[in-house]
Design a protein around this ligand. Structure first.
Ligand code: PGA
Length: 234
């Protein structure tokens, strides 16, 4: 069965794109009709968030922004940290617990829960990433991204069937959770995941870096026509 609400498509740029490259991405991003079939969220680096916001407003794009991380502490004497208060007004969402942070930066369930609480306190919605169905999920979380480590950046996605089965497990904890899948999502495999009953969206990393590839992915996911067909040449 095809998901009835619009799929969530969350593009994670990771530690890529300068301010100039961010501007260039928006200059080249096609957008006719995208709002019709998908809810789109982009996660630039902290340094590019403000420019991305300006580009979105200038072009009136139906794209929301997410930070890739948030401090587990409030504003104050925490050198190098970006608190929820600093992100307020800039983003609507935040990625929390991505495997790259769990593994490389040793982020624990305790720290991640503190991050969720900080985000919630300022009205930013966490997108909580988990590598498997055994990972703890804080009860305040409404959006969970299942991202098996073996599928991240490898070109070897999970099977849609297995990802759907994990989504079923996650939704057993709370049926209202939106469950998205991430790990080597590309324009040509996105539909096979979104056609699964319990998968409410996708989280592409590499495939969001090129604006035309990302548009292609959204187009396939949302079932909207070719941009060429509906864009004026002028
Ligand atoms: P990938 O990354 O699409 O490049 O595999 C996904 C992610 O890590 O969020």
């Amino acid at each position: 069965m095809i998901t009835m609400i619009k799929p969530l498509i969350v593009g994670n740029w990771k530690s890529n794109k300068t301010i100039a490259e961010t501007e260039d991405w928006f200059r080249r991003f096609q957008h006719p009709g995208i709002e019709l079939g998908a809810e789109i969220i982009l996660c630039p680096a902290f340094t590019a968030l403000e420019r991305a916001k300006i580009c979105i407003e200038r072009r009136q794009l139906p794209i929301k922004l997410a930070a890739q991380d948030i401090s587990p502490y409030p504003s104050g004497a925490y050198t190098g940290e970006i608190s929820g208060e600093l992100l307020k007004g800039l983003v609507s969402f935040v990625l929390i617990g991505h495997s790259e942070r769990r593994i490389r930066f040793k982020e624990t369930d305790f720290i991640l829960k503190e991050k969720v609480l900080q985000a919630k306190q300022v009205g930013i919605e966490p997108i909580y990433c988990i590598p498997d169905e055994h990972t703890k999920i804080p009860e305040q979380v409404n959006i969970v991204a299942f991202e098996p480590i073996s599928a991240i950046g490898t070109g070897q996605p999970d099977t849609p069937e297995h990802a759907d089965a994990i989504a079923v497990e996650i939704k057993k904890r709370s049926p209202d959770i939106r469950c998205i899948y991430g790990g080597s999502i590309k324009p040509d495999n996105v539909v096979s995941f979104l056609h699964k009953e319990h998968i409410d969206g996708v989280l592409p990393g590499g495939a969001s870096l090129d604006p035309l590839t990302f548009y292609e992915l959204i187009k396939n996911a949302a079932g909207i026509p070719e941009a060429k067909a509906i864009t004026s040449p002028f």
